[in-house]
Design a protein around this ligand. Sequence first.
Ligand code: MSP
Length: 534
Amino acid sequence: MPKNLGGSFYATTPIFYVNDAPHIGHAYTEVAADVLTRWHRQRGENAFLLTGTDEHGEKVLRTAAANKVEPQAWVDQLVHDAWLPMLNTLDVDNQDFIRTTEPRHERNVQRFLQLVHDNGFIYRGEFVGKYCVGCEEYKTEGDLVEGTGEFAGQDVCAIHSKPVENLNETNYFFKLSEFEQPLLDFYAANPNFIQPDSARNEVVSFVRRGLEDLSISRSKEKFDWGVDIPWDDTHITYVWFDALLNYITAIGFGEDDAESREKFEQYWPASVHVVGKDILRFHAVIWPAMLMAAGLELPKQIFGHGWLLVGGEKMSKSKLTGIAPNQITDIFGSDAFRYYFMKAIAFGSDGSFSWEDLTARYTSELANGFGNLASRSLAMIQRYFDGVIPSAGFYNEDDLEIQKIAGDAAVAADAAIEAVAIHEAIAQVWTLVDALNNYITVQEPWVLAKDEAKRDRLATVLYTCAEGLRVLAVLLAPVIPKATGKLWAALASGSLGELADQSLVEVANWGQLPAGSSIGELEPLFPRIEQDEK
Ligand code: MSP
């Protein structure tokens, strides 16, 4: 890690239901949270990424039953065979992976419930209403639409297009309604708490319409796959109340030992919960109210990103439109996956995936843009200076312009990450890729090389290219860790040490690569893709 700046950064992804294997919509969230966390780590912060799985609830239980397996065996297998491997497929550098069936989670869900109960925010009452198992959510009439096909004539969930269940049971309720005004006050005092602004506006108007108390338990007579209510073991905890708590149980909430307390102290409140906009209300309304009821600090930000669409609809397994992440990475590699989804879709907006767009960007931006810049620069240092980084002489205006673009790109990209505009950060860094490619075209080092009198100029040009590549390797490491690792190994690891130790804050201070150091062989960064592979 670069020189420690002292700060901590804690990002989370949603924890995913293990009723099925992941698709690229889930992968999208993982990559975004990973890029943000890696960026903060490269800045020198103590950065922690949490992800995991949401394993309780009726949806998972039913899937296990349909597959004729016990729920624990079902989730164990799916986590092992599909969800953990996804992180590897995407090159995600998470510091922890929490499963809601782990004792460290379950016992502290109970402690939290007891605390909120003792604080007077939980009561017993009658629940009469509707529930969608697909959403694991209580529904009002306004959330339903008229069914079609086999469900014609019935009201169905607008998201899952399936009928909802009618519930009538004695449950425990959380006094969510008491937090209406405190939440509105909090949103007003913390305008960046919910981002982007469209998400914020939606949540504020939802809360203004009034909040109802929330049923947070289910009778075990109906189903019993969840965490027992600590004071009444005939009830289990509502899966969302259980799941949201992962963000604090993973970092030691409820535990008494010094290490857990220190960890909680260090990382809570979270810097950002990255979530899809489908689950924004749980995170921006229920979760903060739960924390208020427990007397805990609220996270600094909830960021609701957009959906990957297929045919204009949210990609989803239930609608059979999911694409597995490795269908893409097997052909293009994890770096291309990461780059493509972070660059091509404005973070916060919906976007469509297409093989054509991915192939075109892979070729023009990654292979011909960045990859070719790296390979031809290093090849020229090899050819004209025997693989030794030359010493720069006098910098003319063109060289100084490259230095300025590098400095501006670093500052602008950092600001974009601060605003969680990942696409914008990459676009800023790409100004340097384009500028360097253009610089090489204009300077024509191959022409300079033919004239012994221009040897100094050639040295300055190639030093400028090498330094530009050094800056790019550091700035792009959070997005394309494999390719930048290869570039670093060839360009700088012998002289400057590990890529992970380079400070993003000081990256544009010019002249860090020592002249006289040797470069190594560059492995191909973005190999040509055979068209018939996909
Ligand atoms: N288990 C809950 C979350 C609990 S968090 C305390 C859940 N799980 S889920 O498996 O349904 O995953 C939801 C998340 O997956 C979304 O919020 C989003 O981050 C991601 N995505 C699922 N489909 C997606 C797309 N089509 N596009 C983008 N992201 C998508 O909800």
